[in-house]
Design a protein around this ligand. Structure first.
Ligand code: GLA
Length: 506
């Protein structure tokens, strides 16, 4: 009898423990929702590690590259709202989730806008500890990474992100390489075919990073691109995850650099994103140095492109960490405002560009459709004045002849690629009209008359003010004809959002 009594009470205790941990209606614990992408064969997971006590929800939320701490909550298992935050450089990122328990499922989601419908996911219980951020690896001591000898002029090529984002795959990259090799772009100097984010999946047992189903054989793809006389670029992040939430190089820097070299990769864009949960902006140089060292150590020439949106004055330390170029801004979009706001803001960075090391105001949007050809000409001209990398971001397989003509304007490309590598800057401004100049080799000067207003404008300059030689000739780089500049003053009539670009020589 006594034995039965003990057995029963043990059972009761067990039942109580089990129900305390798992009973429906109990919010406590780790929850996971998996989002499967069948085209890629990838899974992205969101973890909600929750504690519900005295009417308050606390804990953490991990949505791939973002790791938030819950700051505020209202409600309980039957319906709640939580606000969570994470540090991001010197600012903070905040998210709001709404959720409820239904049986033993956590239905939880976010709204794009307060009045938008909830995009809900279904989270199930996950083992404690799963989905936590990996432990922090302290940044290495700083030292100078030797220059790799590459990018003597700003890199030219193509990148998948602006047009394709997550829809880039092997077949598309091959077709882009075919187009670039045969449509005149290669002859005009475009060489890099760069795969941006979303090619990755997890790691093999030996730690080697794996491509997802969209890229069945990266080495074969590199061979294909190389046979066309072009080069292949790839993308990764110093964090555990990339911006789009794919596998990053965190803790595998040397191994990934070796893998990239083995595949035949010629260019790496290394994107901060997932690293912001582990490191401060002040630690960025040391973290970028790590990959700079790793790339050099492979012995393969690999252009190193830093992408951290111009934070922590990257132009001051980019070269020291082995960077050939560094993004100076957030992401460009295919609009006049985005392009103009980025491009015309680069004025003060001119002194930091030099052969081997370039400011990168982001990739081109030319041909993506939301700007006019006049505006795309301004985009191309401004990037050339800025000695910016020229990475086309459109679908090269099918583009209008006007787009191709803008991208392959050799006179403008010659300005961009000038071997002096001196970035241009604003020489004159009045309201929405600006004149930029760029010192070129052979004592030539590029002069661009920009009209940022919607209406046509007449811009008048005195050559002496622009440092032009007294005896001079000029060529219009869009009309491809000589221009009479013998008078001390010159007036250009410039279309709304347009440009007149001249090359002045003795
Ligand atoms: C960031 C970068 C973009 C692109 C995406 C990919 O936003 O700035 O250029 O690489 O990540 O996820």
């Amino acid at each position: 009898m006594a034995k039965i009594g003990i057995a029963l009470s043990v059972l009761t205790v067990l039942l109580v423990i089990t129900s305390a941990q798992q009973a429906p209606g109990d919010l406590n614990g780790n929850w996971v929702a998996h989002n499967v992408n069948t085209t890629e064969g990838t899974v992205r997971s969101s973890y909600f590690n929750l504690k519900y006590e005295a009417g308050k929800i606390t804990g953490t939320i991990r949505t791939t590259q973002f790791f938030y701490t819950i700051k505020e909550s209202t409600g309980g298992p039957e319906g709640f709202t939580i606000i969570a935050a994470m540090p991001d450089g010197h600012t903070e990122r905040r998210v709001q989730y709404e959720g409820k328990l239904v049986g033993d499922e956590l239905r939880i989601g976010r709204r794009a806008r307060p009045d938008a419908p909830l995009t809900e996911m279904i989270a199930k219980r996950a083992p404690a500890g799963e989905g936590l951020l990996p432990a922090r690896i302290d940044p290495p001591a700083r030292h100078k990474v030797p220059y790799n000898g590459l990018a003597k002029t700003p890199p030219m090529g193509w990148n998948s992100w602006n047009k394709f984002a997550g829809r880039v795959d092997d077949a598309t990259v091959r077709a882009i390489a075919d187009a670039m090799a045969s449509n005149g772009m290669k002859d005009a100097g475009y060489v890099y075919v760069n795969i941006d984010d979303t090619w990755e999946t997890g790691r093999a047992a030996n730690g080697e990073i794996q491509t997802n189903k969209k890229f069945p054989d990266m080495k074969a793809l590199a061979d294909y691109v190389h046979k066309k006389g072009l080069k292949l670029g790839i993308y990764s992040s110093p964090g555990p995850n990339t911006c789009a939430g794919y596998e990053g190089s965190y803790g595998h820097e040397e191994q990934d650099a070796r893998t990239f070299a083995k595949w035949g990769i010629d260019y790496l864009k290394y994107d901060w994103c997932g690293a912001r949960t582990l490191y401060t902006d002040e630690e960025m140089p040391a973290i970028y140095q790590k990959m700079g060292d790793a790339l050099l150590k492979t012995g393969r020439p690999i252009v190193y492109s830093l992408c951290q949106y111009g934070r922590f004055d990257v132009w001051k330390w980019g070269p020291e960490v082995g960077g050939n170029l560094w993004r100076t801004t957030g992401d460009i979009r295919d609009t006049w405002d985005s392009m103009a706001n980025i491009g015309f803001r680069q004025h003060e960075l001119a002194q930091y560009a030099k052969p081997g090391h370039w400011n990168d105001p982001d990739m081109l949007e030319i041909g993506n459709g939301a700007m006019t050809d006049t505006e795309y000409k301004t985009h191309m001209s401004l990037w050339a004045m800025l000695a910016a990398p020229l990475l086309a971001g459109n679908d090269l397989r099918k583009m209008a002849p006007e787009t191709l003509a803008i991208l392959t304007n050799r006179d403008v490309i010659a300005v961009d690629q000038d071997r002096f590598g001196k970035q241009g800057s604003r020489a004159w401004q009045s309201g929405e009209q600006e004149v930029w100049t760029r010192q070129l080799s052979g004592n030539d000067i590029a002069v661009a008359f920009f009209n940022r207003s919607r209406d046509e404008a007449k811009i008048t300059v005195k050559w002496a003010d622009l440092g032009a030689p007294t005896k001079r000739k000029a060529r219009d780089l869009w009309l491809h004809q000589n221009v009479d500049v013998s008078a001390p003053e010159y007036s250009a009539t410039v279309a709304g959002h347009g440009v007149v670009m001249l090359r002045i020589s003795k």
